[in-house]
Write a protein that binds this ligand. Sequence first.
Ligand SMILES: *Cc1c(COP(=O)(O)O)cnc(C)c1O
Length: 421
Amino acid sequence: MISSKDAIDLEDKYGAHNYHPLPVVLSKGKGVYVWDPEGNKYYDFLSAYSAVNQGHCHPHIIKALREQGETLTLTSRAFYNNVLGEFEQKLTQLFGYDKVLPMNTGAEAVETAIKIARKWGYQIKGIPENEAKIIVCDNNFHGRTTTIISFSSNSNAKDYFGPYTPGFISIEYGNTDQLKEALKDDNVVAFLVEPIQGEAGVFLPDEGYIKAASDLCKANNVLLICDEIQTGIARTGSLLAVCGNCTCSNQCERQPEHYVRPDMIILGKALSGGVYPVSALLTDNIVMDVIQPGQHGSTFGGNPLGCKVALASLEVVENENLIQNARKLGEIFRNEMNKLKEECSLIVSVRGKGLLNAVVIDDDPSGDAAWNLCVNLKNNGLLAKPTHGNIIRFAPPLVMTEEQLMECVSIIGKTFKEYMN
Ligand SMILES: *Cc1c(COP(=O)(O)O)cnc(C)c1O
């Protein structure tokens, strides 16, 4: 087998340098663990940015992949296929929407939401053509297409890729006064928001922010679009970080006064357990029906292989109680990190929900403490990645056991204390 060093050299030489990976090569994964070619084993605390909530190579999902892979993989939407309808029924019933539009990557599903919201604005809300505006939040992350980076506030993601797509208004995340002000514009068709800003560094808005946003949107005939690509599918201890209508609400212990039912939900990542790219946009007929044949699509969207994999991935979430496990382990993790904070001045703060958590390191965003800590964590058998310089995101697969989590807590504690000496 190729060595780690050779694998890194090949990527450096032949691949575009559009990422800055931690110096570790992964060649195998199982559940919460990954291995390098030399046989070193690591806990995965990134889970491919929450795409691998069900754990690496989950046997139930891989079985679906294998069986469907030997049967039928792609038909294009020029024809019906015998799995898409079942997938669509499952998604709409589970999340409580009339219809779903399947795509592949997260960014494609965000693009789908933007297109549909604009068309709804012209055809149903009745605003003048080409005047639609969508409100977004500062420090958002919704993907990498030309339109999506047009409303990014990250200059590294955006600079020199213009001219940008117009029609977006950016406001402060968590600020309902700014939202109220922005909604005064009659040409606003939608508010696109992450229930928790993951890429920005796991920023949680005040409890009630999304509910307030939902009420304001309703009052102004504006669509609320929640990007749950990272927060959805059990990651934050409920099926969606925001919901009130999905059939899991009996499990997710959310108080009815915080129930929110966005007009559109965007899913991706763990929708297919990190096995195959599947994304989806969920909404109701009045909105979805603005899209007619020929107006949107994707060669791979809704293919039978992806649909089967997604169905199996959702079954794992239900069968293995990943919602409850994420909630329980998340509380334990934040408790333990707060205890570590008492002993270790490196930690400024701990935040998160379910198993989407962040530890803020006492360093400027341009410093290298978080990066060096992640390298040391790797050397001690745990993989995590800094975001925005001084924040470490901790997001293991949701199939982790309490015993495994406690072992990870002790690896983190040991690494942080060693670093201080
Ligand atoms: C990852 C992510 C996306 C983009 O998904 P891709 O599959 O990488 O295109 C969009 N929104 C959020 C919140 C994400 O975390």
